[in-house]
Design a binder for this molecule. Sequence first.
Ligand code: FAD
Length: 441
Amino acid sequence: MDGLHRAVVVVGGGQAGLSVSYRLSQAGIDHVVLERDRPGGEWRNRRWDTFCLVTPNWQCRLPGFPYQGGDPDGFMVRDEIVRYIEDYVKFADVPLAEGVTATRLRQEEAGGFRISTTHGELTADHVVLATGPYQVPLTPRYAERLPASVTQIHSADYRNPGQLPEGEVLVVGTGQSGCQIAEDLHLAGRRVHLAVGSAPRVARCYRGRDVVAWLDDMGYYRRGIDQFADADAVRFRANHYVTGRDGGRDIDLRAFARDGMRLYGRLSDIRDGALTFAPDLRKNLDGADAVSEGIKDSIDAYITANGLDAPTEKRYVPVWEPDTEPSEVDLLAAGITSVVWCTGFGRDHRWIDVPVFDGRGYPTHTRGVTSCPGLYFIGLPWQYTWGSGRFCGVADDAAYLVSHIAAAGRPGAGSEVHWIAGTPESTYPGDEYWTAPRTVA
Ligand SMILES: Cc1cc2nc3c(=O)[nH]c(=O)nc-3n(C[C@H](O)[C@H](O)[C@H](O)COP(=O)(O)OP(=O)(O)OC[C@H]3O[C@@H](n4cnc5c(N)ncnc54)[C@H](O)[C@@H]3O)c2cc1C
């Protein structure tokens, strides 16, 4: 990398970075994508064996390369997702530097950026940060008080039930990972204890179609974050739980409980070999159901308003109710030998030495464009729409950023603009900048 200059350096070769690369190539903008591992690494290395998408395959629409398999309404499993990403790298002919980690990012006095990497330093006029929404596995610190005899892992390291010692398993958290891992263990015949949080749920199908298909028709996935009064809260809200497993179905925690899973409220403490739970199990179950039923209400309203012909469907009736709020469990007495922390991920931006973060360390941006000219983010959850951090919306964000990059031109003076050989396929505003000194990198 030493001494290399590119008009744009993209850091991260997941679906977000690759989508930007495709759009940059289309616009004839010289760039390189730095990837510390291999594209698709997040899916390959951090998902369990039975993992599959929650969103239907037709929502996989990376720019220029929508899902083309034979099961658009199905849900790709882990290895198929990895293959989709690998095929995209070939399709988009991505100028990729694999095995290169960006370790420091600074602004140059003369304009542009200097990127230190594990393979030397390079400079760029623009930098797009596509390092992923789920970087650092988060575990609450009371985990340190679990007895040493209990095996504990984060969902990022969970692969299959056989990995855990014999005995009962505590799963903490009921976001998408927690619910699916609890189900994976439950289906394998393991006795599961589940600490239920406040994540909402959504039905898989309603009135004859996948709920995602209804919401897509209703424009939900195109709704910009600027249309929400509580944008900040929307960005940090937990995802709805549902599954694509076995062709797709609901996840109903009450049904799990009916079938033998032990449910509790949020895990609030660990002390002297005992687990303490908050008395909010009923509230969390009711809340998740209320969200799911509310989504159905909005689908009903849409069907009525548009005079659509859709089969009617009975509403959900709870199949189980907690008779108590269990507050304490002794690990030994319950036979719990392992804990899977499904408590989410954080981001680590400490290597980015540019003052664009707020007090929480969240990048301040509008649609990925930061206050520092030339610095962009892509792939943040709700960066602009629901789909920004997912397969379905990243293409729009990539197009938006690349048009912005093209229009902005080069921030500050300095190096030449390099073009990829050939003529750009599409024109963006700001072409006068991009047709400056033409050299082939
Ligand atoms: C459990 C789970 C289930 C999900 N299910 C779905 C689903 O059903 N449908 C859906 O559409 N989305 C789903 N997502 C969300 C989303 O699609 C994925 O998180 C996706 O991986 C995000 O793509 P990305 O390119 O933004 O980030 P990533 O895939 O995380 O890619 C970022 C890349 O940057 C690299 N990188 C990071 N730091 C550096 C550095 N300093 N230098 C160089 N390289 C670096 C990483 O190695 C990585 O390859 C799910 C996410 C999770 C966690």
